[in-house]
Design a protein around this ligand. Structure first.
Ligand SMILES: NC(=O)c1ccc[n+]([C@@H]2O[C@H](COP(=O)([O-])OP(=O)(O)OC[C@H]3O[C@@H](n4cnc5c(N)ncnc54)[C@H](O)[C@@H]3O)[C@@H](O)[C@H]2O)c1
Length: 420
């Protein structure tokens, strides 16, 4: 046994990390405040896309236990914090999850422990929020009695290519010893662990990664809109540009951005810039504006297409395909399908949906829509079929051929009269 680890937060980030640490020979406690998550995990049931029930059972066989009892922290040499960092009122960072998890860690912290924060957050959180909280709750001194580092998660849910072990891991500690202790832990299951000179550099690197995606997606989204006006096919434009072997990276337009990272994390950076420096981070704010406009743009385009067919949105059946935030996963967090459905319902359209990963779809207003039971029949009957996520289970060409009118928002078919 390599040692004992407590991973605080057993969600999309914490659970795969617990799996890797268990596999590499650590005794792992998965600490979570959600009792039903804990009991499901201990019964071998996974609640995230990247792990099957069988994987959780293998973890249990390897010594993993989920728990809501923080006593496990006392016996652990490593504590990793993987709790949510959503946005609060007015789009500002909501750090209460990090604060609560850090306080819990501090209350049970033993001398010699290494604490690592993985949650995405603004620069300074590890040293200005976690460090004083840990010291206050434990009565111990950071750097002397315990080590502290930040190591951002880079999970790509649903990816077959990149997992924890083959994605390089950044580690920045409050001092050299903290960086080394955290590196030692990750090196037991990650191929390449990269040192950063401090926690702020590691925190900011993660925000740069997500902001880079956010801004580039906004760029192609805006290009998609103007290409449509100019009657130029954006997908062909991207296909052409992507043949350049240097200086270009492909990003695709879409119905909007979703998930826990892209719509949220760059706000942490712009908040910090405004708070510390007093001016806006214009790229982030512009990207936010463009990406947030996409669901409404898709609804406008649906209206235009129906209008061409001499049909009003009011009373037309709109079948949405794929309501998760990206293909081939069940995660619906911040999915653009939600505002699209709400707008369509407001305009009195008959909204139907299909998604192989979502059996019942709950809208933000609490309405629950049933998935169409016969996809083929629904395709034949809907006034318009809108592809929002091209799950690999979908035969998109066949879907297009079966539909009366087909609107492709993800560039999934070779050619279509109606594309984003
Ligand atoms: N999901 C992703 O693809 C992804 C990728 C990279 C980074 N991140 C970052 O990782 C962090 C965690 O995200 P996630 O997707 O795993 O969230 P999640 O919602 O899937 O899981 C978080 C878990 O933490 C638990 N929790 C909340 N407060 C707690 C507390 N005080 N003590 C113990 N458990 C607590 C919740 O019950 C939940 O099970 C976020 O900062 C996110 O930005 C997420």
């Amino acid at each position: 046994m390599l040692g004992t680890v407590t991973i605080i937060g057993q969600g999309y980030v914490g659970l795969p990390l617990a799996q890797e640490a268990t596999r590499s020979g650590y005794k792992v406690w998965g600490f979570d405040v959600n009792e039903s998550t804990v009991s499901n995990l201990n019964n071998g049931l996974s609640h995230i896309d990247d792990l099957e029930n069988e994987d959780v059972q293998n973890m249990i066989d390897g010594g993993y236990r989920a728990t809501s009892d923080p006593e496990c922290i006392k016996q652990s040499e490593i504590i990793v914090i993987c709790v949510p960092t959503p946005l609060g009122e007015g789009g500002t960072p909501e750090l209460s999850f990090i604060e609560k998890a850090t306080s819990t860690a501090g209350k049970y912290l033993a001398k010699g422990t290494t604490v690592v924060l993985e949650s995405t957050t603004y620069p300074g959180t590890t040293e200005e929020i976690c460090l004083p909280l840990l010291e206050k709750e434990s009565g111990l001194q950071a750097g002397k009695d315990f080590s502290l580092a930040f190591s951002p998660e880079r999970v790509d849910p649903g990816s077959n290519k990149f997992g924890i072990s083959n994605t390089p891991k950044l580690v920045g500690g409050i001092d050299e010893k903290s960086t080394e202790e955290a590196k030692k832990f990750y090196a037991s299951f990650v191929d390449e662990v990269v040192s950063m000179s401090g926690t702020k550099e590691a925190e900011t690197a993660k925000l740069l990664e997500n902001t880079f995606r956010h801004v580039n997606i906004a760029l192609v989204n805006e290009m998609a809109k103007l290409c449509h006006e100019l009657e130029i096919d954006i997908w062909e434009v991207i296909r052409g540009a992507a043949t350049k072997p240097f200086g270009f990276m492909r990003f695709n337009p879409g119905a909007g951005v979703g998930g826990h990272c892209i719509p949220i994390d760059p706000n942490y950076l712009s908040y910090e810039v405004r708070k510390e420096l007093g001016y806006p981070f214009r790229f982030v704010e512009l990207a936010q504006e463009v990406n947030n406009s996409m669901p409404n743009y898709v609804v406008d385009r649906i209206g235009e297409i129906l209008n061409e067919k001499r049909k009003p949105l009011n009373g037309s059946t709109v079948l949405l395909l794929g309501v998760t935030y990206k293909p081939n996963i069940a995660d619906q967090r911040q999915s653009p399908a939600q505002p699209i459905a709400e707008q369509l319902l407001k305009k009195q359209a008959e909204v139907q949906y299909h998604d192989p990963f979502v059996e019942k779809w709950e809208l933000a207003n609490g309405d629950v829509i049933e998935r169409v039971s016969q996809l083929h029949e629904a395709l034949e009957n809907a006034d318009i079929v809108v592809l929002l996520q091209a799950h690999s289970e979908y035969d998109v060409q066949r879907i297009k051929d079966t539909s009366i009118v087909f609107f492709d928002t993800c560039g999934a078919v070779e050619s279509s009269e109606y594309r984003l």
